[in-house]
Design a binder for this molecule. Structure first.
Ligand code: ZN
Length: 214
């Protein structure tokens, strides 16, 4: 595969692209590589136990590459304490089954870092859809989180500084729910880093092999 899209909600395979498709516990199709978790927007208090049973079963599927997306979001209506409880459960599963964690984080970067400091996970943590400032990026990188960038880097000027200062070894790329081709995201990153797309492909592939053990 030439391109790696580590977080997408698009179920259709794309030529030359290795994708990790995001799945919720309600999903039924697991024929392609996937991650699975409870998104903080969709936490249903009465279904948590049932959903974690499904997640724990699906984690053991050969196509499961990561746990998530899961995480913390201060702009959603879900009770924040409940979000933290559910996030912690995902972290524990990620450790138990040795799968990387794909994190959704809105205005909760400090809390994510606190969790990392408290639980000292051995599994990699990838913060998906990063689009914040350099200070936040630096504190996440200092705490050994990996940043995944998506369509936002194509037209957000302020993200260029963040991307240019983030070492490629701590970067993944994704399309998430955006109507964008992963190739365009690679192209943009290569431009900012001033390297050829082919050189970037090699580096992202190395990251992928290292983090997702494929
Ligand atoms: Zn997503």
């Amino acid at each position: 595969m030439d391109f790696f899209d580590i977080h997408t909600h698009n179920n259709k395979p794309v030529k030359n692209v290795f994708s990790i498709v995001n799945k919720y516990p309600t999903a039924t199709n697991f024929t392609n590589p996937f991650s699975i978790g409870i998104h903080p927007w969709f936490i249903n208090k009465n279904k948590i136990d049932e959903e974690f049973l499904i997640i724990e079963e699906k984690i053991q599927h050969k196509n499961c590459l990561a746990i998530g997306e899961c995480g913390l979001d201060k702009l959603t209506e879900t009770d924040f304490e409940l979000q933290q409880k559910v996030f912690r459960q995902h972290i524990l599963l990620s450790e138990k089954y040795k799968k990387p964690l794909l994190i959704h984080c809105v205005k909760s970067h400090q809390e994510v870092i606190e969790f990392k400091k408290e639980l000292q996970p051995t599994q990699p943590w990838v913060l998906h859809g990063f689009n914040k400032n350099i200070h936040i990026a630096e504190s996440l990188l200092k705490n050994k989180l990996i940043l995944s960038f998506g369509a936002a880097i194509i037209n957000t000027i302020k993200l260029e500084e963040v991307v240019s200062k983030t070492p490629i070894s701590s970067i993944f790329l994704e399309t998430d729910t955006a109507e964008v081709k992963i190739q365009a995201v690679y192209q943009k990153l290569a431009g900012i880093k001033n390297i050829e797309v082919i050189a970037l492909q090699k580096e992202i592939k190395n990251n992928f092999t290292k983090i997702f053990k494929r």
